[in-house]
Design a protein. Structure first.
Length: 128
């Protein structure tokens, strides 16, 4: 059912046997340490590798490469090689990637809003 005010109820798709287990594959895509941060940083359009590297704090060059390849393989983003000198590559969300960004934006906002409380809770727990 749709929670939006005034939104029409949408039927929940039936889950075929085996599909519930396959959803773990999708959750692995979005649940790794870096994918959602990369997707979030592509929200305003195409970005070059070096721009993403600077924007995603703490990610190594190798891990960014692995993450981008995985997201490209899964149809979340596209990789475009520009035929200029020197050549450069840009990454952009696909339509499916944009729907993923929309679906996960509230989770990322929640994370930012609660970081301090989580840090406090961890410190209190660790002090016991």
């Amino acid at each position: 059912m749709d929670d939006r005010a005034g939104g029409a109820a949408r039927p929940v798709p039936a889950v075929a046997p085996g599909d519930a287990c396959r959803t773990r594959v999708v959750l692995d895509i979005v649940g790794d340490k870096w994918s959602l941060l990369v997707v979030r940083n592509l929200r305003n359009g195409p970005r070059r590798f070096t721009e993403l590297k600077k924007a995603v704090d703490g990610i190594s060059q190798r891990m960014l490469t692995v993450t981008l390849r995985s997201l490209e393989r899964d149809g979340i983003l596209t990789r475009t090689v520009h035929g200029v000198m020197p050549p450069h590559v840009s990454y952009e969300l696909t339509e499916m990637g944009r729907t993923l960004r929309e679906a996960t934006a509230p989770l990322l906002e929640w994370s930012v809003a609660h970081l301090a409380r989580i840090d406090e809770a961890r410190a209190a727990y660790d002090a016991r």
